[in-house]
Ligand binder design. Structure first.
Ligand code: GLY
Length: 380
């Protein structure tokens, strides 16, 4: 049975979705043949050249276009999305640049295309990406390796919390081919990630280093967060949404319990004004924000509320709405002369720059609004 969100919120989201479509159609028309990551003077940059085509964020604009095509059927969205999907073949054929982020790249491009059109080439790309991701499991650690580095092998035993969001590519592969091996590998990673990443209070580590020979965990690293032991908000959001997705695909309640544990911690940390910092442990005076984490939390909470008790449902929904209304009213740029939506995102706490635009913030914002509005193409 289809889940029903609060009807007033659905009406609100439908209006926002229409506004998004109006702006994004204009944006798509002036940005053919581009894979954007950031903006310069309000206009998308382009990461489709040889040097940048393997960047981990290169699926998100394609995903946005497929969501918009699914919702509004404008041909320009499909045309631009297909171009991005084909462009990413340069990455698919570059083994050393294939990493744990294949879900972000191919679920949002080739799997989306396959779901919409049944295109066999799109299915082939998606299966190649899934096969590569499955092959990254380190059997001794039970975890999927993050990145490659052939020269030193220093990161041979690194796994990161973000990978939870890539597991749905493996679930999709098993569901599509009726071959459970992909699902076994996803579950193996998720099971070990509970122990390796999730702390007692529901906050999570970003990077975990294990001995690639024995699988023994050596230490955790702060990664893109403030420092080791701190709470990088985007990492929290990958965990919240990622464990929820593993529950949706497997029905295994330990993933649901883990998602709830992370959600309870997150809810206890989100400030009353609904503005999400880069790290929950940063100084209160620091004004660095991460709208991407906010949008991902909203997506995760809107999915999680479908599977919990009435009290929890209301609590999760209320926080998701606080985040989405704050983004819509205070952080979304509705000007049709600019390409971006969310204004204050961050890549990593220890970077020099903060409070700028990032494409995956816009992707998750659209996904959350479309979820509520009943217009989402479910891609995870
Ligand atoms: N996957 C890297 C990040 O979230 O920035």
């Amino acid at each position: 049975m289809e889940y029903k969100y609060n009807s007033e919120d659905v009406l609100w989201a439908k209006k926002i979705a229409d506004r998004l479509n109006e702006k994004e159609k204009i944006v798509a028309e002036r940005n053919e043949k581009k894979i954007p990551y950031l903006t310069k003077n309000g206009i998308f940059d382009d990461w489709s050249d040889k040097e940048h085509v393997c960047w981990w964020t290169n699926g998100f604009y394609g995903g946005m276009l497929w969501q918009l095509y699914h919702g509004y059927k404008e041909d320009i969205y499909k045309k631009n999305a297909k171009w991005i999907e084909e462009k990413l073949d340069e990455n698919l054929m570059n083994y050393m640049e294939m990493d744990h982020d294949s879900g972000f790249k191919w679920l949002l491009t080739s799997v989306a295309s396959y779901k919409i059109s049944g295109d066999k080439e799109s299915k082939n790309r998606s299966m190649l990406a899934a096969g590569n991701l499955a092959g990254r499991i380190n059997k001794e650690a039970g975890l999927i390796r993050a990145w490659n580095d052939e020269d030193t092998g220093d990161t041979a035993g690194w796994a990161i919390i973000d990978c939870m969001m890539n597991l749905p590519l493996l679930y999709w592969a098993s569901e599509t081919t009726k071959d459970p091996r992909f699902c076994h590998i996803a579950k193996c990673h998720a099971d070990h990630a509970i122990k390796a990443f999730v702390r007692e209070d529901g906050s999570v580590n970003h990077i975990v280093c294990f001995d690639p020979q024995t699988g023994k965990i050596i230490k955790s690293l702060g990664g893109q967060g403030m420092k080791e032991g701190s709470s990088w908000t985007r990492g929290q959001s990958w965990a919240l949404y990622g464990f929820t997705l593993s529950y949706i695909h497997t029905g295994d309640r330990k993933y649901l319990e883990t998602a709830k544990k992370v959600a309870e911690y997150v809810i206890s940390q989100i400030p009353e004004d609904g503005i999400v910092p880069v790290d929950f442990c940063q100084e209160k005076e620091c004004d660095w924000e991460d709208d991407t984490a906010s949008a991902i939390f909203a997506c995760g909470l809107l999915e999680l509320e479908k599977h919990v008790s009435q009290d929890e449902k209301e609590k999760y929904h209320k926080v998701a709405m606080l985040l989405l209304k704050t983004l819509t009213e205070k952080r979304c740029n509705w000007n049709e002369d600019t390409d971006y939506l969310l204004e204050k995102c961050s890549a990593a706490y220890n970077d020099e720059n903060h409070n700028f635009t990032i494409i995956y913030g816009d992707y998750y914002y659209i996904e959350a609004i479309f979820k509520l509005a009943g217009k989402e193409l479910f891609l995870w």
